[in-house]
Write a protein that binds this ligand. Structure first.
Ligand code: ADP
Length: 274
């Protein structure tokens, strides 16, 4: 039947590829499994918002369009679905680039405190909605210079803060601190007093599409890729990421960064393509 033919072709293809590239067949088979698994997850993630949008459009065409207030509401919901699809596709694009090592790091010296403050400002709407307060748990005003890819670290801070808001309780607090570690490192901690994460889920948290509560987090939006992106970015910097969590108490995500050498003269940002 066609299935056997497909399987045979695939096996032959893998064998030929392995011979050409001189790689182990086992490695390729694992990669192929991984790829299939990944594609399966992707289509599943895309289906939910696509069906939502389709549903609203169909209902509108079936007559809901004639009612002015319903029309607006349904169009807004369809719009939300499209927005969600755009998030997922953007995340997928980023993660694919990170995984094939296509994205070069553009390291420069910048003030991590200022960056965190700018992310606080960007998230103001989200925090106000849930009445969550974002605070700095540290002496204020002093800059702390690090040497890293600013844009990508901004993504890391954003993803961690968005999670602390999503999984935090209303009227909760998220604290961010930056501390000196030994030698030339700092550690950035994001601590919330939200729902916490069950122990058994912690080792899998950074996997693509992994969620503790499948239904619950889905209603909160997100692509299930946030932490996976965070881990890729931190590892590309050859830094470390940690998580500690207790049910009912909260979670703390922390990561290390390289301190920048403080120079007397301010120079152009140093770009490296490491
Ligand atoms: P998602 O889009 O589902 O938020 P993430 O990769 O960012 O995807 O997170 C994976 C899962 O980890 C989440 O679905 C949630 O179950 C859990 N999680 C992440 N951050 C927190 C947090 N601060 N508190 C509790 N659970 C969290």
């Amino acid at each position: 039947g066609p299935i056997t033919t497909d399987m045979k072709t695939l096996t032959e293809e893998i064998e030929k590829f392995a011979k050409d590239k001189k790689v182990e067949i086992d490695t390729l088979k694992i990669r192929e499994e991984y790829r299939k698994d990944f594609l399966g997850n992707v289509s599943h993630e895309l289906k939910t918002p696509l069906f939502t949008v389709q549903g609203y459009i169909e209902t509108l065409l079936d007559g809901a369009m004639n009612d002015k207030s319903v029309r607006k509401k349904y169009l807004q919901r369809a719009g939300k679905g499209v927005e969600r699809l755009i998030y997922i596709v953007k995340d997928l694009d980023l993660i694919t680039k990170l995984e094939v090592g296509e994205l070069n790091l553009r390291k420069e010296k910048f003030d991590i405190i200022e960056l965190i403050q700018s992310v606080f400002d960007l998230l103001e709407m989200k925090t106000e909605k849930k009445n969550i307060v974002l605070t700095f748990d540290m002496e204020y005003g002093e800059p702390i210079y690090v040497f890293a890819d600013k844009e990508k670290i901004q993504q890391v801070v954003t993803n961690l803060l968005v999670n602390s808001i999503k999984y935090g309780h209303s009227d909760g607090t998220t604290e961010v601190s930056v501390e000196n570690l030994i030698k030339n490192k700092v550690i950035v901690r994001v601590t919330d007093n939200g729902e916490g994460i069950p122990k058994q889920h912690i080792p899998r948290l950074f996997e693509r599409f992994y969620r503790v509560d499948k239904s619950g987090s889905r209603s909160e939006g997100g692509s299930g890729l946030g932490l996976s992106i965070v881990k890729h970015i931190i590892e590309a910097h050859k830094e470390k990421i940690y998580v500690e969590s207790e049910i009912g108490v909260g979670s703390e995500f922390s990561f290390t960064l390289e301190k920048a050498v403080v120079e007397v003269d301010e120079e152009e940002p140093i770009l490296s393509d490491e």
